[in-house]
Design a protein. Sequence first.
Length: 272
Amino acid sequence: MSNQHKRLGEIVIIWIRTVWLRLLLAPVLGISFLVVWAAVVEADVYTNLVLPSPGEVAERWYELYADGLLWRHTEVTLYEVFFGLGYGVLVAFVTGYFIAKSRIVASLLTPYLVALQAVPIVAVAPLLIIWFGPETQSKVIICALLVFFPMLVNTVIGMRSIPPDLRDLLRSLQANPLETFWYLELPAALPVVIGGLKVSATLSVIGAVVGEFVSPNEGLGYLIATGRGNYDTPQVIATVLTLTALALLLYGLATLLEYALLSWQRAGNNGL
């Protein structure tokens, strides 16, 4: 019993150290980055036009926020990101499911999907703007196209990684296709599928900005484009940092979803 208590204590200590390391590492790296940035500015390595100080960027960010410009354009980008991510993930999951289940569907669709992925989204974006107009609809489509392929690949991998023995077990229990999907395929593939969702969440921000660069009329990409045109480097950096925060938020939400949906997996691992 004493050995078990000792082992439990060691596990708790390791867990505490790991948690504290995770909590402290990101702020320490962020502060270190700001210190190096400020030191480079103070050393006059670059002019303020090229690299403004962190204080100037923070001041410009507050001006954008106080004017309401930052939130208004962030709201547009959020709309494009959430709808593009939602459409792209949904279509990719359904397509990936049928590709994994049917060799005929896989042989028919895979060459075209790979060809679509091989074309850079920057080359396709102008066509989509022409076809669907310069409004948010075309940017949602651009965003959906960018997140589609990673989610598709993860869905196919997740569905094909299910052991055949488990499928045979469900078949012997006379489970219908819907029951097989709900009780076997979805739970078994979920860890890999959510991995694709986490990648797609960050790519969705890139997709929205690409569309806003091609048709710069609103959104955070528009703020970057106008800042570049006016040589307003603080505005460009402030907007890029806002986009970074948005991508981190989406990744964090996907991680929380992973934590909530895969509690059964953690419980099973702890029981081993």
